[in-house]
Design a protein around this ligand. Sequence first.
Ligand SMILES: *Cc1c(COP(=O)(O)O)cnc(C)c1O
Length: 385
Amino acid sequence: MRPDFLPYNLPDLGIEEEDAVIRALRSHWISRGPETALFEQDLSSYLGGARVLALSSCTAGMHLALLALGIGPGDEVITTPYTFAASVNVIIHAGATPVLVDVEEDTGNIDMARVEQAVTGRTRAVLPVHYAGHPADIAALNRLRDRYHLQVVEDAAHAMASTYQGQKVGTSGNIASFSFYATKNLTTGEGGALVVPDAELAEKIRVLSLHGMSHNAWNRYGEHGSWAYTVEAAGFKYNMTDLQAALGRVQLAKLSRMQARRRAIAERFHEAFRDLPVTLPAERKEVGHAWHLYPLRLSLPSLTITRDDFIEALKARNIGASVHFIPIHLHPYYQERYHWQRGQFPRAEQYFEQEVSLPLYPSMSEQDVEDVITAVRQVLLAHVK
Ligand SMILES: *Cc1c(COP(=O)(O)O)cnc(C)c1O
């Protein structure tokens, strides 16, 4: 057994990130400033010229997107039960009603065929999640969008570097919100980026992201700034800082190397687990998976161990693991508020009951990868019926 605990996730941070943050600190621009503008440009280049706003989080981006689209009370927004709370909370914060649609069996992504059945006269938007880094069915999504005149806000928290039909997620013509939270493929500690194809909408979101002040306000203490500002809306405090942006620029520069390592680990896992009573994560032919997560699913009927006990057994072997996600409709708050019940979204529930997210991140050594494999194989093979 390995001597030390292998955490389920660690950021890949080195001397370059340290240097960049120190440089930003010493520049005295520590809130939103020139580094943030450069990070937006870098992200834009990476996303083929897309219009990008760097913000405080993915959640902030989705919230502002819904508000700027005018989505509010009386409106319905369709999303997935198989996601993090943020995807649903932003709909609630906008004043709209979340409508859940069950997921696909193989990918865990929202099932577009069922989305169509859930569209009503009140439906204004769809908020899909690219679960684990496997893009949702964007072609079907865009067909629905056009047929029913819906807005789309993609929760792309897992999908930095994902591709769909050869195009990067975030370039499909929809609004997309990326997360740079500590555990994500590209991190700034906390942070996010919102892709907004429409220029006018982007300007509105920019204003809303910084107290509702007219758009040059962040530079008002600079040489060419002015002390004067105009408040145009009751905005929010959702801006990124230059310390985060400096970190993000280094992370973006090394993203392709980090992604190659993620893919290599995922492929090693596929090979090592192929003969076990498990379902390997799907990667459909039209997508490039970002491998944010490695969601292994246990074939519970063939095993004498539960998912929870499996995770405990890994822990006893010094291997961390996690579960993504506890479906939205199983949380008491949402159950009380929306009368959702267990059994209502059976595919999401089944995925959840079987799912284990194994450690998968670029800073894992070959030995770390082999240690995960050994632990998974030992525990499962000791519990085959
Ligand atoms: C991490 C995550 C978010 C939230 O991202 P923040 O940047 O922390 O706001 C939203 N949706 C999903 C699916 C996530 O995993």
